[in-house]
Design a protein around this ligand. Structure first.
Ligand code: 16C
Ligand code: ATP
Ligand code: CA
Length: 579
């Protein structure tokens, strides 16, 4: 009978070892390192079992790592194993990971050397997807401005222990990380990591997607092509204000947990949505593309950046009290409702069957091929226009989210049953309603109550969305048209979202909608047009088209630990994050 590689267990070692004053039977089986106390009292033979894939490092002597690597005692019969240890705390969707450490003592130096050698061979053999070299971008101004400290005190020692070499860039300006990825030599790097929030993550995402398309000779602006898959993984060390991408994938926003996921090479694909204005790419999104409430909150919060993460709560309250709704026309292309629905009460976890089945069904094309629904997406076609659904009215909020967008503020997220990598997004339409109704809607984001079970809220699983102003708002559209040639992709020094100044926008001749919006905050005149919040950036256009891209970014979800702990679909997707 022919043996498959997987059946061979080349690394096997078993011996008695001491941990402290207790004697153990330790065994390395190739896939696991186990140790069982040899004590008559240990009748039920309790065994500690660590998968080799979760071993972080093996060091000679009695070693500690945090706050920094040091050898407490170096005897020639001891070695220390570091591994992933699940803590009992976290969120319902992800546990905190900590660095576990056990110091073993062998009867002889020879045996110690044998253990060290075999463990290192096992690590190499069974952890092929681990990164060896990482390019790390730290945003020193994200969140509570702790990025540098978080990286150097919590993350760098773990990378060092795991034998990962990292090149660190502390950013000095917005978009530096994106430009670095677009232009610099990245040979030898297995991945790029950001230390910060959703904004710096978005820079990495745009850099990685953009560079891959450049190298493939594809135009990101052409809405009719499918983007080329990206080999470079993205990792996130959360140090921002919302940390939505990290929270929605890992289940917690904790730097050590994310560092450990990155080290062991965990990977999870993520849907990416592209936002176009006319035929130009404006931005990519993985989390929220939101008009009305979330756009207004973001625009208002930019004026209060000095408040740090609290700016969102303050601005949220201000915007809520201003009691606004906006007219618009929403068109959407529904996804196949037989595959899944935003109200089916499922929760997407790593290894999710909807994501693995749905992706293949939704995107059977190879990269570079013409997009499955390019004709649906075209502004001026189409033969299949009939599939689009149109809704016109006044809205409190229009939100499109590719994933649940859960975050510490809303642990279940904007759409709790959204999938991370199924090729669809959830469109949440909150029609105009009385203030108490809208407050109920918002408040339900903080609990397990269903925010969609309200008469003025609709949710649809979609493949694409278009938004336009109703007829009669032509002036806005005309002004927008003049801006089409701007391209839309934010350029260095032209950062409408984070510039945070009313005057600044007006001087630059931004579209009337944005002027209206900003006036609405300081004058009594209610604005007629809101702005789009795209993963925390304000878009420079009101009329946009969004579609799910075949290109994806991965992050790891290890929510509900124990159910599914490893992702087996590594490297099968276009863009991946690892944590
Ligand atoms: C009564 C309590 C209601 C609490 C309602 C909480 C709803 C929270 C929903 C969070 C959704 C996050 C979606 C993620 C978006 C990210 O891609 C993006 C980039 O980081 N973040 C934001 O745009 C940042 C968006 C931040 C939005 C914060 C909204 C806070 C609303 C506070 C309303 C207070 C009403 C008080 C009435 C007196
Ligand atoms: N050195 C820098 N100076 C100014 N801005 C920067 C710098 N580096 C990155 N940025 C920009 O800062 C913005 C915010 O960063 P980041 O997302 O890390 O933090 P945050 O906004 O506090 O968190 P979140 O996005 O999770 O709400 C991003 O848009 C990023 O492009
Ligand atoms: Ca999705």
């Amino acid at each position: 009978m022919e043996l498959l590689d997987m059946d061979i267990d080349p690394v096997r070692l078993e011996s008695s070892l001491w941990v402290g004053k207790k004697r153990y039977r330790a065994a390395l089986t190739g896939w696991h390192l186990n140790w069982t106390e040899l004590d008559k009292k240990n009748r039920d033979k309790k065994t500690v079992s660590v998968p080799v894939s979760e071993v972080i490092g093996v060091e000679e002597g009695r070693v500690q790592v945090l706050p920094q690597m040091s050898v407490a005692e170096d005897t020639d019969r001891e070695f220390t194993v570091f591994y992933v240890k699940r803590s009992s705390s976290g969120s319902p969707y992800g546990l905190l990971w900590r660095l576990g450490r056990t110091q073993f003592c062998c009867p002889s130096r020879d045996l110690r050397d044998q253990w060290m050698t075999q463990l290192r061979i096992a690590l190499k053999t069974h952890s092929p997807s681990r990164p060896h070299r990482l390019l790390v971008f730290i945003n020193p101004f994200g969140g509570k401005k702790q990025g540098r400290q978080i990286y150097h005190s919590l993350v760098a020692p773990l990378f060092e222990l795991a034998g990962i070499s990292s090149h660190v860039v502390v950013t000095e300006r917005a978009n530096q990380a994106r430009d670095h990825i677009l232009k610099k030599d990245l040979t030898g790097f297995d991945g790029v990591v950001c230390v910060g929030g959703d904004g710096i993550f978005s820079e990495l995402l745009h850099g990685v997607i953009g560079r891959t398309q450049q190298e493939a000779g594809l135009s990101e602006h052409d809405p009719s092509i499918t983007l080329q898959s990206c080999d470079l993984h993205i990792g996130i060390i959360p140090a921002g204000s919302t940390d939505c991408v990290c929270f929605a994938t890992v289940g917690v926003n904790d730097p050590v947990t994310s560092a450990l996921h990155i080290i062991i090479g965990d990977s999870q694909p993520l849907d990416v949505c592209s936002v176009h204005h006319c035929s130009s790419l404006v931005r990519y999104s993985v989390s929220l593309v939101g008009y009305g409430f979330y756009g207004d909150v973001l625009a208002e919060s930019e004026r209060h950046r000095w408040m740090g993460p609290l700016r969102y709560d303050y601005s949220g309250a201000m915007v809520y009290l201003s009691n606004r709704s906006y007219a618009g026309v929403i068109q959407y292309l529904p996804a196949d409702s037989q595959l899944s629905s935003p109200r089916d009460n499922t929760r997407c976890l790593s290894g999710c069957s909807v994501c693995s089945k749905g992706t293949e069904r939704l995107f059977p094309h190879s990269p570079g091929a013409r997009s499955l629904y390019s004709s649906h997406f075209s502004q001026f076609s189409s033969d299949t226009e009939g599939e689009w659904v149109s809704v016109e009215g006044r809205f409190r909020a229009v939100s499109l989210t590719c994933m649940s967008s859960s975050c510490p503020r809303s642990p279940l997220g904007l759409s709790p049953s959204a999938h991370l990598a199924d090729g669809t997004g959830d469109l949440i339409i909150v029609r105009d309603t009385h203030p108490l109704g809208f407050l109920t809607f918002l408040h339900r984001h903080t609990s397990t109550q269903d925010q969609f079970d309200l008469p003025f809220v609709d949710v649809h699983r979609v493949k694409a969305v278009r938004f336009s102003l109703p007829t009669g708002e032509e002036e806005d559209r005309d002004e927008e048209r003049e801006r089409v040639n701007d391209g839309g992709m934010t350029e260095e020094g032209k950062r409408p979202s984070r510039s945070g100044s009313h005057k600044h926008l007006v001087e630059r001749g931004e579209e009337r909608g944005q002027k209206d919006f900003l006036c609405g905050l300081c004058c009594s005149k209610a604005p007629t047009v809101s702005v789009w919040n795209c993963d925390g950036e304000i878009l420079p256009h009101t009329e946009i088209s969004c579609r799910q891209e075949e290109a994806r970014s991965g992050g790891n979800i290890l929510a509900n630990e124990g159910a599914i702990t490893r992702v087996n679909n590594r490297y099968n997707s276009n863009i991946k994050l690892f944590f």
